[in-house]
Design a protein around this ligand. Structure first.
Ligand SMILES: *Cc1c(COP(=O)(O)O)cnc(C)c1O
Length: 448
């Protein structure tokens, strides 16, 4: 199909995610025929640098050869088999490799096929675990202001991004939201660590008041991604771990976006030296090739369900594609890559280049902050720097930046007025420099 035909037929039949379809009367769809490394190509000479790793899924670059090869090998052997009652090597090997790579104490793996499903599983498992112990009073969740955990009803309930949540509010669970440790919220001379401690104090008070009714605290370690790439000090995670322990509450670390090296370590929790009770993984898990998610948990949680059938303690949750063999083989190839190639070291070097290239943006009168954690760099556009007054959202400044960048060969997809770089790890110097140039122009176009 030619590009114009593809777009015409698409708009006649498709309904795109996270999109007001009416926008496509003026915003062009990108017709993508092929991809390689950091590049997306349309087959007619157009190409775009994938600065957002295709919604944070692509890790080492598109069609990274070792992952392609692993899927091809698996395809010659086994496509998929029901995981209830059956087993297969990719599912077993991947579970072993994940437990080996994860923070200590996580010894059991439950698979699903997307991030939101992993969140649903963790929430249900935590509630059910307390119930199995004879503690039915624990039926509430604590979630963090500004957090994002997906958009199925349970996951949306613990999400605090009004754009996605407010319409459906009447349908949702009632979690208890606690203050975000987001360092952008620091006031006066507060450091990011002070901010983390202030938020931890709110969590402490909440647990002292409500702790006996709470199953779990869910949070995004180090970076609240969809909420605007807001970043916090690891101290918050240490405080949260200790407070959860003191109140018998599970800690759910949603590393669906930040896992697999995005923050500088393989998992963000490592930077706080903590182990959660549940670790949620998806997005980068298969390197951006296939849908898969994993819920890692502890032997203590597993043991709470392990009993004679008649006790009715089993966790009966299921998804048809649980433990898909092709997806597991891709994920195994991802973990092999981290073992065999110095990707984390390379990311440190790439991250330092990103820091240097973005440094000039901080002086722009309409930039409230340039912040970075590892391979995630964000630029917050504001109407005025003094007091960090945001733009009126109806002005859609971010969309102007998006359109500017698309016209110059870069797929930069802002979150509201927050521009960010979250590129595939194989990005080279020339691509980084292009990204920085185009971003400078995008900031100017968006804030003019
Ligand atoms: C993307 C995301 C999810 C949801 O994953 P999906 O696969 O899109 O359902 C959950 N939590 C976080 C932190 C995410 O970034």
């Amino acid at each position: 199909m030619r590009n114009d035909e593809l777009i015409r037929r698409d708009l006649a039949v498709l309904w795109h995610p996270c999109t007001q379809m009416h926008d496509h009367e003026s915003v062009p769809l990108l017709p993508i025929r092929s991809a390689q490394g950091v590049w997306l190509e349309d087959g007619e000479g157009g190409r775009w640098l994938d600065a957002v790793s295709s919604w944070w899924t692509c890790l080492f670059g598109h069609r990274h050869p070792p992952i392609v090869a692993a899927i091809e090998r698996q395809l010659a052997q086994l496509d998929h088999v029901i995981l209830a009652g059956c087993s297969h090597e990719p599912a077993v090997r991947l579970a072993e490799a994940l437990c080996e790579a994860a923070p200590p104490g996580l010894t059991r793996v439950f698979y699903a096929d997307n991030g939101s499903a992993a969140v649903e599983i963790a929430l249900k498992m935590s509630f059910h675990w307390h119930l199995n112990r004879g503690d039915p009073a624990r039926r509430r969740f604590i979630a963090v202001r500004g957090g994002y955990h997906g958009e199925t009803l349970g996951a949306l309930s613990v999400t605090d991004v009004p754009l996605y949540r407010s319409t459906y509010d009447a349908l949702l669970l009632r979690p208890i939201f606690v203050a975000s440790p987001d360092a952008y919220g620091a006031v006066d001379s507060e450091s990011s660590e002070d901010m983390a401690l202030r938020a931890a104090a709110d969590l402490r008070e909440t647990l002292e008041r409500e702790g006996r009714n709470v199953c779990a605290l869910i949070l995004e370690p180090l970076v609240q991604c969809a909420g605007g790439m807001r970043m916090h000090h690891p101290r918050y995670l240490r405080e949260a771990r200790a407070l959860c322990d003191a109140h018998g509450v599970h800690l759910v670390a949603d590393e669906i976006a930040v896992g697999f090296g995005r923050t500088g370590t393989l998992f963000a929790c490592e930077q706080a030296g903590i182990s959660p009770d549940f670790l949620l993984l998806s997005k980068g898990l298969t390197g951006g090739f296939l849908p898969l998610s994993a819920v890692l948990t502890t032997e203590a949680v597993y043991a709470g369900f392990y009993a004679e059938h008649a006790t009715r303690k089993a966790f009966l949750h299921s998804h048809s594609y649980t433990g898909n063999a092709l997806a597991c083989s891709a994920a195994l190839a991802v973990l092999r890559e981290f073992g065999e190639q110095p990707w984390l070291e390379r990311n440190r070097a790439t991250g330092a280049k990103m820091t240097a290239l973005a440094a000039p943006f901080a002086a722009h009168p309409k930039v409230g902050e340039v912040r970075q954690t590892g391979m995630i760099l964000a630029i917050e556009l504001v109407r005025s720097r003094a007091g960090r007054v945001p733009f009126d959202p109806t002005e859609r400044r971010g969309l102007r930046a998006y359109r500017h960048a698309i016209a110059r060969g870069v797929l930069l997809r802002p979150l509201g007025d927050v521009l960010y770089w979250m590129p595939p790890y194989d990005i080279d110097d020339a691509a980084l420099e292009l990204l920085a140039d185009v971003t400078a122009g995008a900031i100017a176009a968006a804030t003019a």
